[in-house]
Design a protein around this ligand. Structure first.
Ligand SMILES: Cc1cc2nc3c(=O)[nH]c(=O)nc-3n(C[C@H](O)[C@H](O)[C@H](O)COP(=O)(O)OP(=O)(O)OC[C@H]3O[C@@H](n4cnc5c(N)ncnc54)[C@H](O)[C@@H]3O)c2cc1C
Length: 697
């Protein structure tokens, strides 16, 4: 049976078809073996992928433990986390310190000067940094998970020899995917490169939000690959390129180094213009036109380290929040006596348990080289960013007014960790992705069966009859069609998958999981039947299916982790907490999944759509000039309210290297180029200085 792909579904708008095609191109070919969660969409459970809970080798763990010990000592005793937030800058000495410890080159192979650690160790380090300082966690992650990860994964020997030692030991790197008009729609690149006759590329365009862009020695730049059509002489896009660029290339202009923001204020996001930059052909990463695949492969790692950072922050917040609840007295008792506070305590503990289980399952899969992991990394990212921040938000509530005060550091974590739901694929985009990519193969089979056996009004009578009769007498088609029909029209579900590999004490949770997986697959098919082609635009329904996949992944990974804890004979108060958290998680998420099943059939989506329509219509009557409007809006840059800069910290720009400046703390006006003192000279790392003396960039 020919697989037509999902972009051929009838009744789907042109824009949606294009979006599906873009996603299919970005994904590249499907891995041969379907990963864990795609199987769950089919109602199957690949026990071999999750049991036993993955573990690093003892040698790897010991190496990482030694690094963690050194790093923790630094983070607790020297790292100026408060100052970084207040001054909106990570001092150069901190970055050098991290380079010296090897933290900035953890994932780079030893032969290039890195530590050559695995993904699990790398994420353990990020979790520890996230516990102390989210700005630093994001800077470290932007450098290694996305900034130079493409070079590590796709670079050839010459490229690695040339650049990896630098990014392992001296200089930051930046990932340049986003643009003023390219946010969630990563495939819509406007920057472009054109191949010259000698095979080099000329790059033009503007990049936005490149974390550490103004501080980096290397950029991974994504751009449209424009190729001349030999017949017409016109330039045509042939995919996307991923190019290595360096700030010293002629035509590279860093015209904005940073903007003041809500959280992770120590990180800097640059705007970079590429004006006719000649990029040697040797700087092409992977293959011409395969840059989006490069970018997405990097994002898998970014989504893990982002999750590790917020998991660290959530764990720290939870411990603080519970301690507060036990020691803050109101109504003549600790507030932890109240059930609504206890509910928060229980939820935090269940969520943190699941975040941890999911994260290190994910890193274990990456370490052992599993190929089909994009759904799982997306799930981990959505779960950890959403619930990690929710944990911190609950602690803010538990701590009351004091939680809102700067001194207790919780408010910094609350601001810092809000970003994760927006970046590296916003959570809404990820929900649609989890639905579409998780269920893609199953949906394709359903569409194929339907195409083969149903009347097509675009075809003539004889074509229709001959196709349907051929399909109806084809055993392969019918072996798929009959069970599907039985399920869709008579509610006959395929057998629930077996979950056998668990510790005997976990049999009841294994049974729950098995039934929920069976039902998840059933409801995915039923929702596709109820919604027909509208499912492509009905994102609220997609989100229910995606959320259920997310809850199931949390349950699966938690089951595996608890299995491991039981088998290794863990005991004591920490284990008791984990066990109770795990049991609550199962009960809680089972309820949430059932709620979503119910809402897939009976929901308020129709009136939701009408309410949204009406609100949008009303808003159309409000003058644009009273509101902020995105700079890339088709309405034009000046359509909205002017953005104020007065009293908002401005950062030095215009080609000034912030790492060579000497400014007093709190000094905010933009500096002229002439005001900048010469760079410190010989390039030798300076002795670490207390942050207060180091000043702002
Ligand atoms: C602090 C920071 C650091 C960053 N670092 C980097 C970096 O190092 N390199 C880099 O390339 N980029 C970076 N970015 C950019 C970041 O990846 C983008 O902000 C992100 O991709 C979202 O794009 P956007 O902000 O333009 O939001 P938009 O695309 O405008 O989306 C706004 C919102 O619209 C909704 N939305 C959009 N599309 C859909 C959809 N299809 N379905 C449902 N809802 C949708 C979502 O709720 C989304 O949050 C950074 C951004 C920030 C703020």
């Amino acid at each position: 049976m020919a697989n037509k792909g999902l972009s051929n579904i009838k009744g789907v708008s042109k824009q949606d078809k294009e979006m599906i095609e873009n996603i299919e191109t970005m994904m590249g070919p499907e891995p041969e073996d379907m990963g864990l969660m795609k199987n769950v969409f089919w109602g199957r459970f690949r026990e071999d992928l999750v049991f036993p809970y993955p573990r690093e080798s003892k040698e790897e763990r010991d190496t990482c433990d030694a690094l963690l010990e050194e790093l923790e000592d630094y983070l607790e005793n020297e790292h100026p986390a408060v100052e970084i937030d207040q001054e909106e800058h990570i001092p150069e000495w901190c970055i050098e310190r991290l380079f010296d410890m090897g933290v900035m080159g953890m994932i780079i192979p030893e032969e290039y000067g890195g530590l050559g650690l695995g993904v699990t160790s790398y994420n353990r380090v990020l979790e520890l940094i996230g516990k102390h300082c989210a700005s630093t966690a994001v800077m470290v992650s932007a450098h290694q998970s996305i900034g130079c990860k493409a070079l590590v994964m796709f670079g050839n020997e010459e490229q690695k020899d040339e650049y990896l030692p630098m990014v392992a030991r001296e200089k930051l790197s930046a990932f340049c995917l986003s643009e003023p008009n390219v946010g969630s729609d990563a495939a819509g690149q406007e920057s472009f490169s054109v191949k010259t006759e000698d095979g080099d590329y000329v790059l033009n365009g503007e990049k936005k939000w490149s974390t550490s862009g103004a501080l980096s020695g290397l950029f991974t730049v994504m751009c449209k690959n424009m190729v001349k059509n030999p017949d017409t002489g016109e330039l045509e896009q042939k995919g996307v390129n991923a190019l290595i660029c360096t700030p010293d290339m002629e035509g590279v202009e860093i015209f904005e180094k940073n903007r003041s923001k809500t959280g992770i204020r120590g990180t800097w996001q640059a705007r970079i213009r590429f004006n006719d930059v000649r990029v040697p052909k040797e700087n092409m990463l992977h293959k011409e036109g395969r840059g989006l695949n490069v970018a997405l492969s990097c994002l898998n790692y970014g989504r893990c380290t982002l999750s590790a950072g917020v998991t660290g922050a959530a764990k720290a917040a939870m411990d603080q929040g519970i301690k507060w609840a036990q020691t803050r007295y109101q109504f003549k008792r600790p507030i932890s006596d109240f059930e609504l506070v206890r509910q928060k305590v229980a939820r935090m503990s269940a969520l943190v348990y699941a975040m941890d289980a999911m994260l290190y399952m994910m890193t274990g899969m990456l370490d052992r080289g599993d190929k089909d992991i994009m759904v799982e990394t997306a799930i981990t990212k959505v779960f950890c960013s959403h619930y990690g921040w929710e944990v911190i938000n609950e602690v803010m509530q538990i701590m009351g007014g004091e939680g809102y005060m700067t001194e207790h550091e919780l408010e910094r974590s609350w601001r810092d960790n809000r970003i994760h739901a927006i970046v590296e694929g916003s959570n809404e985009v990820m929900q649609s992705f989890i639905f579409a990519y998780g269920g893609k193969k199953l949906a394709e089979q359903m569409v194929s069966v339907q195409d083969a056996l149903t009347w097509d009004t675009d075809e003539g009578i004889s074509d229709n009859l001959s196709r349907i009769l051929t399909a109806a007498t084809n055993p392969t088609v019918m072996s798929k069609a009959l069970p599907l029909a039985g399920q869709l029209f008579m509610g006959i579900k395929p057998k629930a998958p077996e979950v056998r590999s668990v510790h005997p004490a976990l049999r009841s949770q294994a049974q729950t999981l098995s039934t929920l997986i069976q039902k998840h697959s059933h409801y995915f098919k039923m929702a596709s039947k109820w919604e027909r082609e509208k499912i492509v635009e009905h994102q609220a329904q997609q989100a229910r299916v995606a959320d259920n996949a997310i809850y199931l992944y949390a349950m699966i990974t938690s089951l595996s982790k608890m299995d491991d804890q039981l088998r290794t004979g863990e005991y004591g108060p920490e284990f008791e907490r984990d066990r109770a958290a795990f049991e609550y998680l199962f009960d809680w998420f089972e309820n949430k999944i059932h709620e979503n099943f119910g809402q897939l059939r009976h929901n308020a989506d129709d009136s939701m759509r009408k309410a949204a329509e009406a609100a949008l219509r009303f808003n159309d009557t409000l003058p644009n000039k009273d509101f902020y409007i995105h700079e890339g809006s088709p309405l034009g840059r000046d359509a909205g309210k002017e953005t104020p800069t007065e009293h908002i910290k401005q950062f030095p720009g215009d080609g000034v290297d912030p790492r060579t400046q000497d400014r007093a703390p709190g000094e905010t006006d933009e500096l002229e180029l002439e005001d900048v003192p010469a760079a410190s000279g010989d390039g030798a790392p300076e002795e670490p200085k207390p942050a207060a003396e180091d000043g702002v960039a």
